[in-house]
Write a protein that binds this ligand. Structure first.
Ligand code: ZN
Length: 132
């Protein structure tokens, strides 16, 4: 397993990690790559990375789908992050990407892998594992 380390800069921020995931498995042989986020207020997804506006639209849409002004029950002192847990689970904690025989990620032309921060800025980890 490889561990990527990220420093996020905003509360909600989709970070394109496609290149880092590809580099983490360079030369590997296997059926697929599992990308897993071990956090409760961050997730991972695959979507268009050709136009950076798509990532910004995800950030805005998720803030609207799970808004801050809701009678949330999960309240931690000094850290009211209930909606960020919901946004994280909407994206999910993992994705699986098929690996080609040459070791490259079998993503579609427009697809990229995004780390999804919802409670930043923070230092985060992403686990990258080749599945045989
Ligand atoms: Zn919390």
């Amino acid at each position: 397993m490889h561990e990527l380390r990220l420093q996020t800069e905003r509360q909600s921020q989709l970070v394109d990690i496609t290149r880092q995931v590809q580099e983490a498995v360079a030369g590997a042989r296997g059926a697929a790559v599992l990308v897993y986020v071990p956090h409760t207020t961050a997730g991972v997804t695959i979507n268009e990375h050709a136009d950076p506006a798509v990532a910004r639209d995800f950030e805005a849409a998720l803030e609207r789908i799970a808004p801050a002004d809701w009678p949330w029950q999960h309240v931690e002192e000094g850290e009211e992050n209930a909606p960020t847990h919901i946004r994280a689970s909407l994206m999910g904690p993992s994705v699986v990407i098929p690996l080609r025989e040459d070791g490259t990620l079998a993503l579609g032309t427009w697809q990229g892998v995004f780390f999804c921060e919802f409670d930043g800025p923070r230092t985060r980890s992403v686990h990258v594992t080749v599945v045989q």
